[in-house]
Design a protein around this ligand. Structure first.
Ligand code: ADP
Ligand code: MG
Length: 320
């Protein structure tokens, strides 16, 4: 099968269609329009076989994750996703693999009304680079840098499940059979918090998506906002699957430092708490207040039952 045939049958024909795309796959560039009053948010993430997903991950899961991690970055800025570009490196033309991969992409794209508008296809080690683009109304981007001392600190969903899921896949831990799929799915099929992100535009002072572990990503917010934070360990939201699968200390370790959660961490002024609860009712995800920002730049304090809690670990960092 030739390169164009691959592109045509697996990507062009299957791509979800949006009205704002004037020229999609097939020409030298894609051409699309941005409505007046909107800014364009752009982000790129690469997933490499064996690094960002285990070697035996299904093509559908790889596609889902590649799109989802990019949509998660858009969500963290408060952007509404619109278009993606796909740069795909595959070792060989495996039609079955491409079929399942493109199907997985299509499903998530359709769910979020995202159109695949272009890309590149090359032969090489399996890796997937996606660039995602979305809209933010002018002046409303949610950055990491706007948090103020006193702001409440929240996270969406539950933390640590994906990291435990990875250890399950890699046979480093055993969990009750009934939780296995749920945990592995949290690793392979992360849910980008798109609706929560756009809803937070007018409420949050700062926002980031948790990809490298909660503490590690919180530190980015502290640095960018020139604040400190107190985090109440006992408030961290943990899933039933995690709680019933590992010892409490280990659960906290997963939740604080495990990667791949793709939940949002955000700051909201205390007086907005009521508005926040109301606004997020329709966003399909629970939020939990886990602490508060302080005026001590860079200082991250952990507390258990309001007492200082020592915990020396770091999130996953590439090159470290
Ligand atoms: P060029 O040589 O001009 O870069 P290509 O042959 O690489 O063109 O791509 C032809 C068309 O197919 C372009 O519109 C490109 O954006 C699109 N395309 C190539 N690979 C992919 C892919 N994996 N997913 C989506 N679109 C792709
Ligand atoms: Mg090309």
């Amino acid at each position: 099968m030739k390169e164009f045939t691959i592109i045509d049958s697996f990507f062009k024909q299957r791509s979800y269609q949006r009205k704002d795309v004037l020229i999609g796959i097939g020409d030298d560039c894609a051409v699309s329009s941005v409505a007046a009053g909107q800014n364009l948010a752009v982000t790129t993430d690469t997933l490499i076989n064996g690094v960002h997903f285990p070697e035996n991950t299904s093509p559908q899961a790889i596609a889902h994750k590649a799109v989802a991690v990019n949509l998660s970055d858009l969500a963290a800025m408060g952007a509404e996703p619109a278009w993606i570009n796909l740069s795909l490196s595959v070792p060989k033309v495996d039609e079955q693999w491409l079929d399942e991969f493109s199907q997985g992409m299509r499903e998530l794209c359709e769910y979020y009304s995202v159109q695949l508008i272009g890309g590149d296809t090359v032969k090489g080690p399996l890796s997937i680079t996606i660039t995602a683009m979305g809209f933010i109304p002018e002046q409303q981007a949610l950055t990491r840098s706007g948090a103020k001392p006193g702001d409440l600190l929240f996270v969406t969903g539950t933390l640590g499940d994906a990291a435990l899921g990875l250890d399950v896949v890699q046979k480093k831990v055993e969990v009750p059979y009934k939780f296995r799929d749920a945990l592995v799915n949290r690793l392979n099929f992360p849910t980008p918090r798109v609706l929560a992100g756009t809803t937070l535009r007018r409420l949050a002072t700062a926002c980031i998506d948790i990809s490298d572990g909660m503490l590690s990503d919180l530190k980015h917010v502290l640095n960018a906002s020139n604040c400190g934070a107190v985090v109440q360990i006992d408030k961290i939201p943990l899933s039933q699957a995690l709680l019933e699968s590992v010892e409490p200390e280990q659960g906290i370790q997963y939740a604080l430092t495990g990667g791949d959660d793709y939940e949002l961490l955000f700051c909201v002024p205390e007086e907005q708490k009521g508005n926040l609860d109301r606004a997020l009712l329709h966003s399909n995800v629970a939020i939990t207040c886990i602490g508060q920002m302080t005026g001590q730049p860079g200082k991250l304090e952990l507390q258990l039952n309001k007492q200082p809690f020592n915990f020396n670990v770091r999130g996953y960092e590439h090159f470290s």
